[in-house]
Design a protein around this ligand. Structure first.
Ligand code: NDP
Length: 252
């Protein structure tokens, strides 16, 4: 049994900051060659510098996951530059915060376009590559909000979209098990990232900590460890699972 990702080609969407940046660093630390993606190439400079300083190998890839036609060229580029794709983490996502009665069609669509549609197009292109390569492993970043409705947050489009991510993950896990691709999701609890510095949630951060049994927010690196495990050979019999990494939040 091994926790190593030595020599494997991996990609992480939304790797410019927050949880995605921590995941890209953790995969590189475990030996993977990591394609870091975001909407603009320059936003990836910090992630690439950190990985390089830590002795890892990473490349930048510009990829807006909302564009259904961008996924395949991005995966093709990763394979040309690094080799056959084996591992993928679909982390790119945006938050929301509007009472249900006030959500406009554009607000509804923009959250689904990134968090659900974009994640599916990413999985589809990654799945095609992994099938050609004889198998692989995918982790989708969902949220506690896919299993519970967060107290004091009005974000119906975000919550329902994350529930869709959890069930999409199970659907792909079943469909792709025969071709050797494991698909799991990780559902972070409240995590200290730029997403939690948005004005609409900034005042609630102390309450997030108080209502979490472990008494604090997660650091991004604490989400990255479980993701790395799920991609590794140590998780070879896990597929279709949703792993809550929430400091116990969903226990009460
Ligand atoms: P951040 O806002 O800190 O980072 C989001 C990342 O997603 C950035 O790298 C951003 O890149 C990228 N991104 C956003 N839109 C797109 C797009 N259309 N195409 C490509 N990349 C995009 O968020 P977090 O790190 O906090 O969140 C990461 C994931 O974790 C999300 O899916 C989020 O829903 C989930 N999550 C977060 C929690 C938290 O408490 N922070 C809790 C539970 C789940 P750029 O802007 O440079 O393009």
């Amino acid at each position: 049994m091994s926790f190593s990702l030595e020599g494997k080609v991996a990609l992480v969407t939304g790797a410019s900051k927050g949880i995605g940046q921590a995941i890209a660093r953790a995969l590189a630390d475990a030996g993977a060659l990591v394609a870091c993606t975001a909407r603009s190439r320059s936003s990836l400079d910090e992630t690439l510098r950190l990985i390089s300083d830590e002795g890892g190998i990473a490349i930048p890839v510009e990829w807006d996951v909302r564009d259904p036609h961008a996924a395949q060229p991005a995966v093709d580029l990763v394979e040309r530059e690094l080799g056959p794709l084996a591992l993928a983490v679909n982390n790119a996502g945006i938050g929301a915060g509007t009472p249900a009665l006030d959500i406009t069609p554009d607000q509804w669509r923009s959250v689904y376009e990134t968090n659900v549609d974009g994640l599916f197009w990413s999985c589809q292109a990654e799945g095609r590559a992994m099938i050609a390569n004889g198998g692989g492993a995918i982790v989708n970043i969902a949220s506690i909000s896919g299993s519970i409705a967060n107290r004091n947050l009005t974000q119906a489009q975000y919550n329902s979209g994350k529930a869709a991510v959890i069930h999409l993950t199970k659907s792909l896990a079943v469909e792709w098990a025969p071709v050797g691709i494991r698909v799991n999701s990780v559902s972070p609890g409240y995590t200290r990232t730029p997403m939690n510095e948005r004005p609409e949630v900034a005042d609630l951060v102390a309450e997030f900590a108080d209502t979490t049994p472990l008494g604090r927010l997660a650091e991004p690196g604490e989400i990255a460890g479980p993701v790395t495990f799920l991609l590794s050979p140590a998780a070879s019999y896990i597929t279709g699972a949703d792993l809550l990494v929430d400091g116990g939040y969903c226990c009460w």
